[in-house]
Design a protein around this ligand. Structure first.
Ligand code: PHE
Length: 462
């Protein structure tokens, strides 16, 4: 006998895991993880990243989803409802601000991917074999302010269109079909990359930890990357959790999302690191890294043209399912709390994000001022993507952990996770003890130590 309710629950569970994974899997895994790994010492960074995912990311994801499902609200509305007295409003505000700013710089990189799709499709790289030439082609590309700014606008418009029209389910359906393709392609590319001549060095860099590279900043970046790539610390998972049905098992869904994300990160590293050494490029290239290495990999495999085009298309889709989830946070805020129309909210946030993003778009060579701001490589881009991308997410995750662990309390959270009503438990929660310990102690204490130590060292300099 068919039970419609049960079938409904099952399919919505898959739908939710896909939406969550769609938010998580994006440029964070494919573009940012490889370049952070390159800049921060290779395998040791990956190790710190994995530890942060398990001990901070996973428990915070459960916490965020639980807060969202319990209140059915955006981050600001959620704190209003659960924290009487308004003392936590600022944290909701920080989530919204992170949403704006991350959207602003993230869409620049997504724009680069569109540019590279175009270049690949018209055969720009088909004839070029020289790795240094490929590298300088990117420098030229990223320094062209008009192109980069136009592509930035294009991504903002595409995302705004999706969020406005609410065709999210369409995009999710698409990502459902295309995600497996992305995995497959990454696996093939990794095989090609590992078998390139000169790949051994990169593999070693990626797989054998060098403990002399441990530093506060490295761990802060690993922590920031763990939160960023799992879409945590700014309320995306609170907002996504608010659409979740009581029947769904939060810890299991969160585990799947984390698993998919980690898989893509690890594979992306396996594609990029060996290729960096094989092409004689530098691990510490920064945000340019994948753009300088990938065209060479495509150039050295049979059917590389098609792999290249396919790859960039898939990355754009992965990026869009993430930008949609980032934009959704400030938009949900304006719609729920300020009673704006969805259209007005989308136009406003998109426009402001474009303005904030413009100096960052010009910080890769187009403008000397923005490119070298404060004497930092990558200038304004590096600054906002670190402040809103590592630091703000760490602050957000810290307070979310404190809030759930100590104020709202693990007991209330557990009742929500188990969906207990009238003595009936919908979802078992066997890892309750483990999770409570992580969310009350391990996550906040680790974040506070790493954050406090790094800020102290950077600004006070002892
Ligand atoms: N997790 C996304 C990625 O890795 C980025 C993101 C960050 C999405 C924060 C939502 C919130 O691409």
């Amino acid at each position: 006998m068919s039970d419609p309710q049960e079938r409904g629950a099952w399919s919505s569970k898959i739908g939710f895991i896909l939406a969550g994974a769609g938010s998580a899997v994006g440029l964070g895994a494919i573009w940012r993880f490889p370049y952070y790994t390159g800049e921060n010492g290779g395998a040791i960074f990956t190790l710190a990243f994995l530890i942060c995912c398990f001990f901070i990311g996973y428990p915070v994801m459960i916490a965020e989803l639980t807060l969202g499902r319990n209140t059915q609200k955006n981050p600001v509305g959620m704190f209003k409802k659960l924290a009487k007295g308004g003392g936590w409003k600022w944290l909701g505000g920080l989530c919204i601000l992170s949403g704006f700013t991350i959207f602003a710089w993230y869409s620049i990189i997504a724009g680069w991917v569109v540019g590279y799709l175009y270049k690949t499709a018209i055969g720009t790289f088909s004839e070029v074999r020289d790795a240094n030439m490929i590298s300088s082609m990117f420098d030229q590309f990223s320094a062209s302010g008009v192109t980069v700014s136009s592509l930035h606008a294009l991504i903002i418009l595409m995302t705004a269109f999706v969020v406005y029209r609410g065709v999210k389910s369409g995009i999710e359906l698409l990502s459902k079909l295309l995600m497996p393709l992305l995995f497959l392609l990454l696996i093939l590319l990794a095989i090609r990359s590992i078998t390139l001549e000169g790949a051994a060095d990169g593999l070693k860099f990626y797989l054998y930890p060098d403990f002399s590279k441990v530093s506060g900043m490295m761990i802060l970046k690993a922590m920031g990357q763990a939160l960023f790539s799992l879409s945590l610390g700014m309320g995306t998972m609170i907002t996504y959790g608010s659409y979740l049905s009581k029947k769904e098992n939060i810890p299991v869904s969160a585990a799947w999302i984390t698993f998919f994300e980690l898989l893509v990160c690890i594979l992306a590293g396996l594609v990029i690191m060996p290729a960096v050494s094989a092409m004689g490029q530098s691990y510490t290239e920064g945000p340019d890294l994948i753009f300088k290495v990938l065209p060479s990999i495509f150039g050295q495999m049979p059917g590389g043209y098609y792999f290249g085009v396919g790859f960039f298309v898939l990355v754009i889709i992965a990026a869009l399912t993430s930008t949609v989830s980032i934009l959704e946070v400030p938009v949900a805020y304006f719609v729920d709390e300020k009673h704006w129309s969805r259209k007005k909210a989308v136009i406003f946030v998109g426009f402001i994000a474009y303005l904030i993003g413009t100096p960052a778009a010009l910080a890769h060579g187009a403008s000397d001022f923005w490119s070298n701001l404060a004497g930092i490589k990558g200038g304004f881009f590096t600054i906002i993507s670190t402040v809103f991308g590592d630091i703000s997410l760490s602050i957000g995750a810290f307070f979310i952990a404190i809030f759930v662990g100590w104020l709202w309390g693990v007991e209330k959270a557990t009742t929500e996770i188990k969906s207990e009503e009238n003595g009936i438990t919908v979802s078992e929660f066997p890892i309750k003890k483990y999770w409570s310990f992580l969310i009350k102690f391990v996550a906040p204490v680790t974040i506070a130590i790493v954050f406090g130590y790094t800020m102290w060292k950077t600004f006070i300099g002892l």
